[in-house]
Design a protein around this ligand. Sequence first.
Ligand code: PBG
Length: 339
Amino acid sequence: MTTPYAPYPTGRPRRLRRDAFTRNLVREHRLHAHDFIYPVFVLDGEKRREDVASMPGVARLSLDLLLPVAERCLQLGIPYLALFPVVDDPHKDATGSEAANSEGLVPTVVQALKKRFPELGVMTDVALDPYTSHGQDGIPDESGYLLNEATIEQLQKQALCHAQAGADMVAPSDMMDGRIGAIRRTLDAAGCIDTRIMAYSAKYASSFYGPFRDAVGSSKSLGKSNKKTYQMDPANGNEALREVALDIAEGADMVMVKPGLPYLDVLWRVKQAYQMPTFAYQVSGEYAMLKAAAANGWIDHDAVMMESLIAFKRAGADGILTYSALEAAQWLQDHQFVG
Ligand code: PBG
Protein backbone atom coordinates (compact mmCIF):
# COMPACT_ATOMS: atom_id res chain seq x y z
CA MET A 1 0.00 0.00 0.00
CA THR A 2 1.40 3.39 -0.92
CA THR A 3 0.53 6.51 1.02
CA PRO A 4 -1.76 8.82 -0.99
CA TYR A 5 0.22 11.94 -1.76
CA ALA A 6 -0.86 15.09 -3.56
CA PRO A 7 0.74 15.26 -6.99
CA TYR A 8 3.09 18.09 -7.92
CA PRO A 9 2.86 21.04 -7.65
CA THR A 10 0.62 20.70 -4.56
CA GLY A 11 2.81 17.98 -3.20
CA ARG A 12 6.48 18.85 -2.99
CA PRO A 13 8.61 16.21 -1.21
CA ARG A 14 11.48 18.71 -0.96
CA ARG A 15 9.46 20.77 1.56
CA LEU A 16 10.37 18.26 4.24
CA ARG A 17 14.04 18.40 3.34
CA ARG A 18 14.37 22.18 3.26
CA ASP A 19 16.04 22.66 6.64
CA ALA A 20 17.80 20.57 9.26
CA PHE A 21 15.12 21.05 11.94
CA THR A 22 12.42 19.65 9.66
CA ARG A 23 14.64 16.80 8.49
CA ASN A 24 15.30 16.01 12.16
CA LEU A 25 11.57 15.95 12.84
CA VAL A 26 10.57 13.57 10.05
CA ARG A 27 13.58 11.23 10.15
CA GLU A 28 12.27 7.64 10.23
CA HIS A 29 15.20 5.79 11.76
CA ARG A 30 17.89 6.61 14.27
CA LEU A 31 21.01 4.91 15.49
CA HIS A 32 21.85 4.60 19.14
CA ALA A 33 24.84 3.05 20.92
CA HIS A 34 22.39 0.42 22.21
CA ASP A 35 22.07 -0.87 18.63
CA PHE A 36 25.63 -2.17 18.54
CA ILE A 37 27.41 -5.38 19.42
CA TYR A 38 31.19 -5.03 19.34
CA PRO A 39 33.12 -8.10 18.12
CA VAL A 40 36.57 -8.46 19.69
CA PHE A 41 39.48 -10.88 19.22
CA VAL A 42 41.09 -12.26 22.34
CA LEU A 43 44.50 -13.90 22.82
CA ASP A 44 46.07 -15.93 25.59
CA GLY A 45 48.72 -14.32 27.80
CA GLU A 46 49.37 -10.80 29.02
CA LYS A 47 50.15 -7.43 27.48
CA ARG A 48 49.69 -8.87 24.01
CA ARG A 49 48.38 -6.66 21.26
CA GLU A 50 48.59 -7.71 17.62
CA ASP A 51 47.13 -5.44 14.98
CA VAL A 52 45.11 -7.16 12.27
CA ALA A 53 46.64 -5.86 9.05
CA SER A 54 43.51 -6.30 6.95
CA MET A 55 41.31 -4.61 9.59
CA PRO A 56 42.87 -1.22 10.43
CA GLY A 57 41.85 -0.22 13.97
CA VAL A 58 41.20 -3.81 15.05
CA ALA A 59 43.68 -5.76 17.20
CA ARG A 60 43.89 -9.13 18.89
CA LEU A 61 44.20 -8.43 22.62
CA SER A 62 45.06 -10.37 25.72
CA LEU A 63 42.55 -10.15 28.57
CA ASP A 64 44.36 -7.39 30.49
CA LEU A 65 44.20 -5.16 27.39
CA LEU A 66 40.62 -6.16 26.64
CA LEU A 67 39.32 -4.97 30.00
CA PRO A 68 39.74 -1.26 29.18
CA VAL A 69 37.94 -1.89 25.87
CA ALA A 70 35.03 -3.43 27.77
CA GLU A 71 34.97 -0.42 30.05
CA ARG A 72 34.89 1.86 27.01
CA CYS A 73 31.87 -0.03 25.66
CA LEU A 74 30.05 0.54 28.93
CA GLN A 75 30.90 4.25 28.92
CA LEU A 76 29.58 4.60 25.39
CA GLY A 77 26.42 2.59 26.03
CA ILE A 78 27.29 -0.41 23.86
CA PRO A 79 25.34 -3.27 25.45
CA TYR A 80 27.27 -6.35 24.31
CA LEU A 81 30.73 -7.59 23.38
CA ALA A 82 31.09 -10.60 21.07
CA LEU A 83 34.18 -12.67 21.85
CA PHE A 84 36.27 -14.42 19.23
CA PRO A 85 39.29 -16.41 20.38
CA VAL A 86 42.63 -16.59 18.64
CA VAL A 87 43.90 -20.05 19.51
CA ASP A 88 47.58 -20.97 19.40
CA ASP A 89 48.43 -23.80 16.97
CA PRO A 90 49.35 -26.42 19.62
CA HIS A 91 45.75 -26.22 20.89
CA LYS A 92 44.23 -27.02 17.49
CA ASP A 93 43.26 -30.51 16.35
CA ALA A 94 40.97 -32.23 13.83
CA THR A 95 37.93 -32.22 16.15
CA GLY A 96 38.46 -28.82 17.77
CA SER A 97 38.52 -30.44 21.21
CA GLU A 98 39.86 -27.28 22.86
CA ALA A 99 36.49 -25.64 22.11
CA ALA A 100 34.91 -27.54 25.00
CA ASN A 101 37.71 -26.95 27.51
CA SER A 102 36.03 -25.26 30.47
CA GLU A 103 39.42 -23.85 31.48
CA GLY A 104 40.16 -22.63 27.96
CA LEU A 105 40.62 -19.07 26.75
CA VAL A 106 36.97 -18.16 26.14
CA PRO A 107 35.53 -19.40 29.46
CA THR A 108 38.42 -17.71 31.32
CA VAL A 109 37.84 -14.40 29.56
CA VAL A 110 34.06 -14.60 30.00
CA GLN A 111 34.47 -15.18 33.72
CA ALA A 112 36.89 -12.28 34.09
CA LEU A 113 34.72 -9.89 32.06
CA LYS A 114 31.54 -10.77 33.95
CA LYS A 115 33.30 -10.43 37.29
CA ARG A 116 34.70 -7.00 36.47
CA PHE A 117 31.79 -5.62 34.42
CA PRO A 118 28.62 -7.54 35.32
CA GLU A 119 26.50 -4.91 33.57
CA LEU A 120 28.14 -5.51 30.18
CA GLY A 121 26.61 -8.28 28.05
CA VAL A 122 29.01 -10.95 26.85
CA MET A 123 28.21 -13.04 23.83
CA THR A 124 30.31 -15.96 22.61
CA ASP A 125 30.72 -17.59 19.23
CA VAL A 126 29.80 -21.26 19.12
CA ALA A 127 31.73 -22.86 16.26
CA LEU A 128 34.84 -24.96 15.98
CA ASP A 129 36.85 -23.09 13.34
CA PRO A 130 39.23 -21.23 15.67
CA TYR A 131 40.09 -24.62 17.23
CA THR A 132 40.38 -26.95 14.25
CA SER A 133 43.66 -27.72 12.47
CA HIS A 134 41.77 -27.59 9.12
CA GLY A 135 39.92 -24.33 9.84
CA GLN A 136 36.45 -25.77 9.21
CA ASP A 137 33.54 -25.16 11.60
CA GLY A 138 33.03 -28.83 12.35
CA ILE A 139 34.37 -32.37 12.32
CA PRO A 140 35.04 -33.78 8.83
CA ASP A 141 34.75 -37.38 7.62
CA GLU A 142 37.53 -38.96 5.50
CA SER A 143 36.33 -37.10 2.41
CA GLY A 144 36.33 -33.73 4.18
CA TYR A 145 32.52 -33.47 4.42
CA LEU A 146 31.47 -32.14 7.83
CA LEU A 147 29.63 -34.63 10.04
CA ASN A 148 26.49 -32.89 11.23
CA GLU A 149 25.71 -34.93 14.35
CA ALA A 150 29.28 -35.33 15.60
CA THR A 151 29.80 -31.61 15.17
CA ILE A 152 26.61 -30.76 17.08
CA GLU A 153 27.74 -32.88 20.02
CA GLN A 154 30.91 -30.82 20.23
CA LEU A 155 28.97 -27.56 19.87
CA GLN A 156 26.66 -28.57 22.73
CA LYS A 157 29.67 -29.01 25.00
CA GLN A 158 31.19 -25.75 23.81
CA ALA A 159 27.98 -23.77 24.36
CA LEU A 160 27.52 -25.28 27.81
CA CYS A 161 31.03 -24.39 28.92
CA HIS A 162 30.49 -20.80 27.75
CA ALA A 163 27.13 -20.59 29.54
CA GLN A 164 28.56 -22.05 32.74
CA ALA A 165 31.39 -19.54 32.61
CA GLY A 166 28.73 -16.81 32.64
CA ALA A 167 28.15 -15.92 28.97
CA ASP A 168 24.88 -14.00 28.66
CA MET A 169 24.30 -15.18 25.14
CA VAL A 170 25.73 -17.89 22.92
CA ALA A 171 25.77 -17.45 19.17
CA PRO A 172 26.12 -20.60 17.06
CA SER A 173 27.76 -19.54 13.80
CA ASP A 174 28.44 -22.96 12.32
CA MET A 175 25.30 -23.60 10.19
CA MET A 176 24.93 -27.29 11.12
CA ASP A 177 21.32 -28.53 10.87
CA GLY A 178 19.49 -28.85 14.18
CA ARG A 179 22.13 -27.25 16.36
CA ILE A 180 19.91 -24.59 17.89
CA GLY A 181 17.49 -27.15 19.36
CA ALA A 182 20.32 -29.36 20.55
CA ILE A 183 22.10 -26.46 22.27
CA ARG A 184 18.85 -25.22 23.87
CA ARG A 185 18.17 -28.68 25.31
CA THR A 186 21.70 -28.96 26.67
CA LEU A 187 21.59 -25.53 28.27
CA ASP A 188 18.16 -26.14 29.81
CA ALA A 189 19.12 -29.57 31.14
CA ALA A 190 22.05 -27.92 32.93
CA GLY A 191 19.84 -25.20 34.39
CA CYS A 192 21.10 -22.45 32.07
CA ILE A 193 17.53 -21.58 31.16
CA ASP A 194 18.19 -17.86 30.77
CA THR A 195 21.26 -18.07 28.55
CA ARG A 196 20.10 -16.49 25.32
CA ILE A 197 20.75 -17.94 21.87
CA MET A 198 21.39 -15.64 18.95
CA ALA A 199 21.35 -17.89 15.91
CA TYR A 200 23.50 -17.12 12.91
CA SER A 201 20.48 -18.32 10.96
CA ALA A 202 21.11 -17.04 7.44
CA LYS A 203 24.87 -17.16 7.21
CA TYR A 204 26.22 -17.17 3.70
CA ALA A 205 29.38 -18.81 2.31
CA SER A 206 30.86 -15.38 1.80
CA SER A 207 34.23 -14.13 0.66
CA PHE A 208 33.66 -11.06 2.82
CA TYR A 209 34.92 -13.08 5.83
CA GLY A 210 38.53 -13.01 4.59
CA PRO A 211 39.94 -10.46 7.07
CA PHE A 212 38.20 -12.21 10.00
CA ARG A 213 39.91 -15.44 9.05
CA ASP A 214 43.23 -13.57 9.10
CA ALA A 215 42.33 -12.22 12.53
CA VAL A 216 41.54 -15.60 14.11
CA GLY A 217 44.25 -17.34 12.10
CA SER A 218 41.96 -19.82 10.35
CA SER A 219 42.72 -18.69 6.79
CA LYS A 220 46.03 -20.50 6.62
CA SER A 221 44.48 -23.70 8.04
CA LEU A 222 41.56 -23.41 5.62
CA GLY A 223 43.88 -22.99 2.63
CA LYS A 224 41.99 -23.25 -0.62
CA SER A 225 38.96 -25.04 0.80
CA ASN A 226 35.63 -23.33 1.44
CA LYS A 227 32.51 -23.67 3.57
CA LYS A 228 29.93 -24.12 0.83
CA THR A 229 28.60 -27.47 2.12
CA TYR A 230 27.17 -25.77 5.20
CA GLN A 231 27.07 -21.99 4.78
CA MET A 232 24.41 -20.70 2.37
CA ASP A 233 24.69 -20.06 -1.34
CA PRO A 234 24.80 -16.27 -1.93
CA ALA A 235 22.34 -16.80 -4.80
CA ASN A 236 19.53 -17.91 -2.46
CA GLY A 237 16.96 -15.76 -0.70
CA ASN A 238 13.97 -18.04 -0.05
CA GLU A 239 16.23 -20.56 1.62
CA ALA A 240 17.12 -17.95 4.23
CA LEU A 241 13.49 -17.85 5.32
CA ARG A 242 13.50 -21.62 5.81
CA GLU A 243 16.73 -21.49 7.80
CA VAL A 244 15.37 -18.74 10.05
CA ALA A 245 12.04 -20.56 10.52
CA LEU A 246 13.85 -23.69 11.67
CA ASP A 247 16.01 -21.79 14.15
CA ILE A 248 12.99 -20.01 15.61
CA ALA A 249 11.13 -23.30 15.94
CA GLU A 250 14.16 -24.81 17.67
CA GLY A 251 14.24 -22.04 20.25
CA ALA A 252 16.42 -19.20 18.96
CA ASP A 253 15.78 -15.99 20.93
CA MET A 254 17.28 -13.78 18.24
CA VAL A 255 18.21 -14.39 14.64
CA MET A 256 20.94 -13.00 12.42
CA VAL A 257 21.67 -12.40 8.78
CA LYS A 258 25.30 -12.34 7.73
CA PRO A 259 27.09 -10.63 5.94
CA GLY A 260 25.40 -7.24 6.15
CA LEU A 261 25.15 -4.72 3.34
CA PRO A 262 25.24 -7.22 0.44
CA TYR A 263 22.31 -9.06 2.09
CA LEU A 264 19.97 -6.22 3.09
CA ASP A 265 17.19 -7.80 1.02
CA VAL A 266 17.46 -10.95 3.11
CA LEU A 267 17.45 -8.94 6.33
CA TRP A 268 14.32 -7.11 5.22
CA ARG A 269 12.52 -10.32 4.26
CA VAL A 270 13.44 -12.05 7.52
CA LYS A 271 12.23 -9.15 9.64
CA GLN A 272 9.01 -8.82 7.64
CA ALA A 273 8.32 -12.55 7.77
CA TYR A 274 8.94 -13.29 11.45
CA GLN A 275 9.15 -10.02 13.42
CA MET A 276 11.82 -11.56 15.64
CA PRO A 277 14.68 -9.63 17.22
CA THR A 278 16.77 -9.60 14.06
CA PHE A 279 20.44 -8.72 13.78
CA ALA A 280 22.82 -7.98 10.95
CA TYR A 281 26.54 -8.67 10.98
CA GLN A 282 28.56 -6.06 9.14
CA VAL A 283 31.47 -8.41 8.56
CA SER A 284 35.21 -7.98 8.40
CA GLY A 285 35.39 -7.53 4.62
CA GLU A 286 32.79 -4.78 4.72
CA TYR A 287 34.75 -3.00 7.44
CA ALA A 288 38.01 -3.45 5.50
CA MET A 289 36.52 -1.98 2.32
CA LEU A 290 35.46 1.22 4.06
CA LYS A 291 38.82 1.57 5.82
CA ALA A 292 40.81 0.93 2.65
CA ALA A 293 38.84 3.39 0.54
CA ALA A 294 39.06 6.01 3.28
CA ALA A 295 42.82 5.46 3.65
CA ASN A 296 43.13 6.29 -0.04
CA GLY A 297 41.11 9.44 0.42
CA TRP A 298 38.36 8.07 -1.81
CA ILE A 299 35.48 8.26 0.65
CA ASP A 300 34.65 10.13 3.85
CA HIS A 301 35.00 7.28 6.32
CA ASP A 302 32.71 8.45 9.10
CA ALA A 303 29.97 9.57 6.75
CA VAL A 304 29.99 6.24 4.92
CA MET A 305 30.18 4.30 8.19
CA MET A 306 27.10 6.03 9.58
CA GLU A 307 25.24 5.72 6.30
CA SER A 308 25.89 1.99 6.12
CA LEU A 309 24.79 1.52 9.74
CA ILE A 310 21.51 3.40 9.30
CA ALA A 311 20.84 1.24 6.23
CA PHE A 312 20.65 -1.79 8.53
CA LYS A 313 18.05 -0.07 10.69
CA ARG A 314 16.02 0.92 7.64
CA ALA A 315 16.10 -2.69 6.44
CA GLY A 316 14.68 -3.88 9.75
CA ALA A 317 17.64 -4.71 11.97
CA ASP A 318 17.17 -4.40 15.71
CA GLY A 319 20.92 -4.28 16.11
CA ILE A 320 24.20 -4.61 14.28
CA LEU A 321 27.38 -6.50 14.99
CA THR A 322 30.05 -4.16 13.73
CA TYR A 323 33.77 -3.58 14.17
CA SER A 324 32.88 0.11 13.94
CA ALA A 325 30.82 -0.02 17.15
CA LEU A 326 33.22 2.09 19.23
CA GLU A 327 33.78 4.64 16.49
CA ALA A 328 30.09 4.87 15.66
CA ALA A 329 29.03 5.21 19.29
CA GLN A 330 31.65 7.92 19.76
CA TRP A 331 30.38 9.65 16.62
CA LEU A 332 26.83 9.57 17.95
CA GLN A 333 27.99 11.10 21.20
CA ASP A 334 29.81 13.89 19.33
CA HIS A 335 26.99 14.60 16.86
CA GLN A 336 23.92 14.13 18.99
CA PHE A 337 21.70 16.57 17.14
CA VAL A 338 23.09 16.37 13.65
CA GLY A 339 20.65 16.89 10.80
C1 PBG B 1 33.24 -18.53 12.37
C2 PBG B 1 32.85 -17.14 12.10
C3 PBG B 1 33.18 -16.40 10.95
C4 PBG B 1 32.74 -15.12 11.17
C5 PBG B 1 32.12 -15.10 12.43
N1 PBG B 1 32.19 -16.37 12.97
C6 PBG B 1 33.95 -16.76 9.75
C7 PBG B 1 33.58 -17.91 8.94
O1 PBG B 1 32.46 -18.44 9.00
O2 PBG B 1 34.45 -18.34 8.19
C8 PBG B 1 32.93 -13.98 10.20
C9 PBG B 1 32.95 -12.63 10.77
C10 PBG B 1 33.53 -11.59 9.91
O3 PBG B 1 33.94 -11.79 8.76
O4 PBG B 1 33.59 -10.46 10.40
N2 PBG B 1 32.29 -19.48 12.51
